[in-house]
Design a protein around this ligand. Structure first.
Ligand code: SF4
Length: 461
């Protein structure tokens, strides 16, 4: 039986979310074809011959793009069973079902995909489950599964080569091919604005040590010199992840890697930072989100502005590069609060560390967001927008929304023109100062910028 797995976008990485289920489905006997539409095209003939077509939707952008492709796939093959899986599938179940998707799988999805495949195999028992043109009446798998699975080594053989994806710019003239893997999924925290929370609800699941190492090995053999560990938080289970990076360094001492760790964990597990540095960690992404304690409280981030300052110093002392991310525009930030964010970034000497898209990140309120439990969010957000897949919101101070639009336009234009991070910071500062009617000059230090290692595709949701 023919199965097609489709990824639309995964931040420039070769999708783990295709490679992992491809291994499971092949082991179950399926003929699997993978399409990563971020770097390749659909093949009409393969789609037309498919019995099961599954879209991987791990994030907001991926889901929106999938929404454009699903009707096209349906028109090529009206008989295939359509599935959507990944974090955003259950959050947008109604929308996806409206497009003709029958099965929705969130959380740990590999077992569910194999179960759907088995149910589609022709057999007298299965025939009774079907009606019309190959669609069964209702989904038999749970929409969200947090079952502990016996992971298999992802099968990356059907995916575009790693060189087609985002690369590491080490800034010393060296560009490295980047691989991607996951040692855990989900998160043990409950940050209110995070899309992981409605699905994993404070739980995380572990990918076994040997599976992770085997997955890295196959990517090293394919030419990778750097690995992104895509865990939502690498220190959710340091007892699991530290031995992995120690083994990583023992096997591939020439290679580097990056991880994502929350501010709270950077402080709590500071003793592990030297190990990260000594095993090849090049930079750590951390979702700082805001520098205003009241906003951090709304997000339930479990860190304060002072914690951020401490963590930035800690990483510097340990020779590790911080890659901070922000939800710069949100309903609780003021014009002066936005300037304070810029000022803090400058004071901590992080201007070169901040990917410029971060200055224009606006809070997304997806379906299922825990923010919707708050009465102020209910009041300021409109009805769910099916096209944008968010609850749209407007700031109580319209000047903040105007500032957002001006910053977004300026950053987009400056990025296209090849401006440096420092130059873009100056532009954003000037726009903000204008909005505040305050001609204070940019606090950027009067010295040459220090480029830092980063991936060619910036992190955003
Ligand atoms: S720590 Fe990060 S991944 Fe975990 S819930 Fe908070 S924002 Fe989400």
């Amino acid at each position: 039986m023919n199965v097609v797995l489709i990824s639309t976008y995964e931040l420039g990485h070769q999708p783990f979310g295709l490679a992992s289920p491809a291994a499971w489905l092949k082991a179950a006997g399926a003929t699997v074809t993978c399409f990563d539409l971020a770097v390749s095209h659909l093949d009409r003939d393969v789609i037309a011959e498919a019995d099961l077509i599954a879209f991987y939707v791990p994030m907001h952008t991926a889901t929106r793009i999938a929404g454009q492709f699903i009707p096209r796939v349906r028109s090529i093959n009206p008989h295939a069973h359509l599935c959507a899986y990944g974090l955003y599938a259950p959050l947008n179940a109604d929308y996806l079902r409206g497009l003709g998707v029958t099965t929705i799988l969130g959380g740990e999805f590999e077992e569910g995909l194999v179960a759907v495949y088995r149910l589609l195999l022709p057999s007298p028992e299965n025939r009774s489950r079907f009606w019309g043109e190959g669609l069964w009446v209702k989904q038999s798998e749970p929409m969200i599964s947090l079952a502990r699975q016996n992971f298999l080594t992802p099968d990356r053989s059907g995916l575009p080569h790693l060189s087609k994806y985002a690369y590491l710019d080490r800034v010393d003239g060296c560009k490295k091919v980047v691989g991607y893997t996951e040692t855990t999924r989900g998160c043990k925290h409950l940050c209110r604005h995070c899309p992981i929370v409605p699905v994993y609800n404070g739980q995380f699941r572990v990918v076994p040590f040997d599976v992770v190492i085997d997955d890295i090995e196959q990517q090293m053999e394919a030419g990778a010199g750097h690995i992104t560990f895509g865990d939502p938080d690498f220190f959710n289970g340091p007892g699991h992840t530290i031995p992995i990076v120690e083994k990583f360094h023992q096997l591939w001492a020439f290679a580097t890697y990056d991880v994502t760790i929350k501010i709270e964990h950077l402080l709590k597990y500071a003793r592990w930072l030297p190990v990260l540095r000594d095993t090849g960690c090049l930079f750590i992404t951390s979702a700082v989100e805001a520098v205003d304690d009241a906003i951090l409280e709304v997000f339930d981030k479990h860190h304060t502005r002072a914690d951020f300052v401490k963590a930035a110093a800690l990483l510097k002392d340990n020779g590790l590069t911080l890659n901070p991310t922000f939800v710069a525009f949100n309903p609780w930030i003021s014009l002066s609060g936005y300037r304070d964010l810029l000022q803090t970034i400058a004071e901590l000497d992080l201007i070169d560390h901040v990917a410029t898209v971060q200055y224009a990140i606006r809070l997304l309120i997806p379906a299922g967001s825990k923010l919707l439990d708050r009465s102020d969010v209910q009041q300021l957000s409109g009805p769910f927008d099916q096209a944008a897949l968010v609850y749209p919101w407007a700031h109580l101070d319209p000047r903040v929304d105007l500032l957002y639009e001006a910053v977004l336009a300026s950053v987009t234009e400056a990025q296209a023109a090849g401006f440096s991070r420092g130059e873009i910071f100056d532009r954003v500062w000037a726009i903000t100062a204008h909005a505040l009617n305050d001609a204070r000059p940019s606090p950027r230090p009067d010295r040459a910028s220090t480029p830092i290692p980063h991936l060619s595709e910036s992190w955003y949701c």
